[in-house]
Design a protein around this ligand. Structure first.
Ligand code: HEM
Length: 472
């Protein structure tokens, strides 16, 4: 028998499943502090669980067949859950993430051309340029390297990529810290408040969001100025205006297209949804890789070889399976969107292949949680361990479509998934080709669910310059 000589995989930090159910007060406290700490043993071991949150009947679903039923096969019977909308709609109104029905359909159709795989490939050059520009930030590090907060850095990098690719760098802001401002907005506004749990109407003030309206007003003004500037350019000479997402959106204005407000909502939505998610996953990847020396060595070899070959960045995702897999495994362990919430519109039912029938009554909230699904005992071998080899092409077929859901599924699947995966491989390749990212005594990240799954108190890591050896 062959002995497995690989070192033990790294098991990164995460809350352990609860063994005792929390009290009502503890549920509120945990939801405010960190919803990832709420889930008990059954959520990581059972295919579905019926429960009740503050009187709201809830079905937690971890069965791939049942997930497919809700998100795809009978998707028309499910709307966005009330609590999700109470949190997100005040910020994003009728943007694609929060719109429903006819408005959602019109918006999705309007923006889809920018996110087709073919079009997303066209962004590879800009993704490379922005990653290279950003990597220069680390050029100051000496022999011993220096500590940087990688969580903040990845947010700045993905924001720069988003602003360049979708807006041609023409977001009108006087602040040099626009990415920080976006984060402040999302974190002030984008969290569950006790009033949401009690289903208070939206006019009841939310204490956790005090100050948020001011930041939101500032943002809306930036978005309007950005729109006005581009409209003026388009009016003066349409052919001189960039052919980007912003122009495409503005061209949808009209009685059969989008209203001015919907265009504004979508700009805000894409700024919000389009960079922080990828940034979180990039930071978690660098952290997990820094604790997995054999994986890092394989990635460095792969990256150095592909870059030395002169391959175009658009080809990198296909040529770098190790890097791609390292990112996907981080998406598994730290899904940036840790829960996908729906509510049943009318009574529904589903029968498992074993003949078990699940009734889903109208009004029931359905919680599909990539967080528990991706760490579920029924679906994964060593679920808590960082093992990118699961996602290598030769093993990938063993992972079911509905057991790995970082981007959701069905009609509301993430429109930016191809964009994000390509961006991640290019950014990782540029950064890891030049630098090494190491954990230090200060690197003790704890995952918390804010709007995304992020390291509490940031992710300080030591960055040192690499000496790249020429491939043989
Ligand atoms: C690693 C990065 C990303 C992750 C993990 C992620 C995750 C998700 C998930 C899970 C959903 C579905 C939510 C639901 O069904 O309730 C979603 C939707 C969405 N995502 Fe992403 N996303 C990422 C990157 C992006 C990027 C780069 C963009 C845009 C440039 C984007 C824009 C959107 C939009 C607009 C929606 C709403 C789609 C709709 O409802 O029609 N996302 N994302």
């Amino acid at each position: 028998m062959l002995m497995d000589m690989r070192p033990d995989p790294f098991v990164p930090p995460a809350p352990l499943p609860r063994t005792v159910p929390p009290s009502r007060l503890e549920i509120i406290r945990t939801i405010l502090r960190n919803p990832l700490e709420l889930w008990g043993e059954p959520s990581y071991t059972l295919p579905w669980i019926r429960t009740s949150f503050f009187g709201q009947r809830t079905l937690i679903v971890n069965d791939p067949g049942l997930i497919k039923h809700v998100l795809v096969d009978n998707a028309n019977n499910y709307c966005m859950s009330e609590i999700r909308q109470l949190v997100l709609r005040p910020i994003l109104r009728d943007g694609l993430l929060t719109a429903e029905g006819a408005v959602w359909k019109r918006s999705r159709k309007a923006v889809a051309p920018v996110f087709t795989p073919r079009h997303a490939k066209g962004f590879a050059g800009q993704m490379l340029r922005q990653s290279e520009d950003y990597a220069r930030k680390y050029a100051v590090v000496g022999e011993a390297g220096a500590i940087f907060d990688i969580s903040t850095d990845m947010t700045e990098l993905t924001f720069a990529i988003l602003a360049d690719t979708l807006f041609s760098g023409e977001i009108v802001t006087s602040s040099g810290h626009f990415a920080d401002d976006v984060n402040e907005l999302l974190h002030r506004m984008g969290r569950v408040d006790p009033m949401d749990l009690l289903r208070a109407p939206s006019w009841v003030p939310r204490v956790t969001r005090i100050g948020g309206q001011k930041v939101l007003d500032k943002f809306r003004a930036i978005v309007r100025n950005t729109m006005d500037l581009r409209l003026a350019k388009m009016k003066a000479d349409r052919s001189a205006a960039p052919n980007d997402f912003l122009t495409l959106l503005l061209e949808q204005a009209g009685p059969d297209g989008l209203t001015k407000e919907e265009i504004e909502d979508n700009i805000l939505t894409f700024i919000g949804a389009g960079h922080e998610t990828t940034a979180r996953a990039l930071a978690w990847t660098l952290y997990c890789v820094s604790n997995s020396p054999h994986i890092r060595a394989a990635m460095e070899e792969e990256i150095d070889r592909v870059l030395a070959s002169g391959a175009e960045p658009v080809e990198w995702p296909d040529l770098m399976p190790q890097t791609h897999a390292a990112f996907e495994e981080a998406l598994r362990l730290y899904p940036p969107a840790p829960s996908i919430n729906r509510a049943a519109i009318s009574d529904d039912s589903w029968t498992s292949p074993k003949g078990e029938r699940v009734e889903i009554e109208a009004g029931v909230t359905v919680l599909i949680m990539p967080w528990t699904l991706h760490r579920h005992e029924l679906h994964w071998d060593r679920p808590r361990a960082y093992m990118p080899e699961r996602f290598l092409p030769e093993n990938r077929a063993a992972i079911g479509r509905f057991q790995f859901l970082p981007f959701g599924a069905g009609p509301r699947v993430c429109i930016g998934a191809t964009f994000a995966l390509q961006e991640a491989v290019i950014a990782l390749a540029v950064l890891m080709h030049r630098y090494r990212f190491d954990s230090t005594d200060q690197t003790n990240p704890w995952p918390v669910q804010k709007l995304t799954t992020q390291p509490q108190n940031g992710l300080p890591m030591r960055v040192t310059r690499r000496t790249v050896s020429k491939p043989a």
